[in-house]
Design a protein around this ligand. Structure first.
Ligand code: ACO
Length: 350
């Protein structure tokens, strides 16, 4: 392998970068999902457990959201701890080592510290050599924003292998006085290794086929944390207008799926698996109905994980792969909406 340096300290494989430019005429780099992994903290908190602490019931939470239980991280366990464990599992699945990784993006709204990025702590914990590492804040759509950015780094030949991680410790900023919101969230992390693959030598066509992202700051008031370093000097607590979030989620998640299928010129009926953000079973079911997708084509983990924001899609994807439902070569669509409001979708042949 021949390497040169793009700017300070970022090694670029020259053959790989040339391939991205298509210098041999036809080669194009596809971004493929080389590996998937996840991690959930040990502590499982059921709806019944919550009912001992606040005025709620298993029946109310299940019927309104589909949630049965969630995982909460231990005191002292940080988002980078969860992220690093998920990332190790994704690296194992991809058959790669930390030294192969040139880019780490952590999508999170619960960073270990205001700065530096949680991604550099993950880099340190995994022993990834100096390279590009940063965080991304797009709430529940963060994983899809991060996938899109990593895809651009890969297809332009800047890095060959990237770790994209969604990691959240949402339990650290829930308002236990707001029972309509605090019962919905959980902690966890999910990760994918995205790799560049020469379209000419690939055994079969696969990889990211289309992506779509959007945000609308006029809707920020519907879902946010009421604190921040430059406003209150505190972290704040989650605030949500549930009805508005619900309405926008159904509309924009469905539209986002229409967008990517149109961009890739594939029929929605070719989709093997819809892997949506796990916010609420009623949102997921309404989207599936609008998209005319059978419920048995939808990966649902909300009953076990609750809403883990940016971690929920890679957590659901990993669950679907581990239980044997999601197989190589299948057509997957990811879609999410969250704080911002920000939303997006990714169509990928796994
Ligand atoms: N347990 C028992 N009762 C409750 C609880 C609770 N945890 N929370 C609220 N209630 C009560 C309310 O006090 C109210 O009682 P009242 O009629 O006597 O006043 C009643 O239940 C209905 O309250 P609403 O807030 O109107 O409940 P709603 O039916 O709208 O459901 C919910 C609330 C579940 C949040 C719903 O709006 C929703 O699903 N929104 C989508 C938001 C979402 O999924 N957010 C996730 C984060 S965002 C994202 O990831 C996309």
């Amino acid at each position: 392998m021949q390497y040169h340096y793009a700017g300070k300290g970022t090694p670029v494989n020259v053959e790989y970068a040339d391939m991205a430019k298509g210098e041999n005429g036809m080669s194009i780099i596809e971004t493929v999902i080389a590996g998937v992994g996840s991690y959930l903290p040990e502590n499982v908190v059921t709806n019944q457990d919550l009912a001992k602490k606040i005025d709620t019931s298993d029946e109310w939470i299940r019927s309104r959201s589909g949630i049965g239980e969630r995982h909460f991280a231990a005191d002292g366990e940080t988002s980078s701890d969860l992220a690093a464990k998920a990332a190790w599992n994704a690296l194992d699945h991809a058959g790669l080592k930390p030294r192969d990784i040139g880019l780490i993006i952590v999508a999170t709204v619960t960073p270990d510290k205001t700065f530096p990025a949680t991604a550099v702590y993950v880099q340190e914990k995994l022993g990834v050599p100096p390279g590009i590492a940063f965080d991304l804040s797009a709430a529940c759509a963060g994983f899809l924003y991060a996938v899109n950015i990593a895809h651009d780094f890969i297809r332009t030949g800047q890095v060959e292998h990237a770790l994209v991680i969604g990691a959240e410790k949402l339990s650290c900023f829930l308002d236990w006085e707001d029972r309509a919101t605090c019962v919905l969230f959980g902690d966890g992390a999910g990760a994918v290794v995205l790799s560049g693959e020469d379209s000419q030598t690939a055994r079969e066509p696969r990889g990211i086929l289309a992506t779509y992202l959007s945000s609308d700051g006029r809707l920020a008031k519907h879902l946010y944390a009421d604190g921040g370093p430059s406003s209150t000097g505190t972290v704040g607590l989650v605030r949500m207008n549930g009805k508005e979030v619900f309405r926008n989620a159904v509309e924009q998640i469905s539209n986002a799926v229409f967008e990517v299928t149109e961009r890739a010129k594939v029929s929605r009926h070719e989709i093997d698996w819809f892997v949506p953000h796990q916010a609420n079973i009623r949102i997921i079911q309404s989207c599936a109905k609008k998209l005319e997708l059978d419920e048995d084509k939808v990966v649902v983990t909300i009953d076990k994980h609750a809403n883990t924001s940016s971690a929920s899609i890679p957590l659901a994807l990993d669950a679907g792969i581990k239980d044997g439902r999601v197989k190589r070569g299948e057509l997957l669509v990811f879609a999410a909406l969250g704080g911002g409001l920000a939303w997006g979708s990714t169509l990928v042949r796994y």
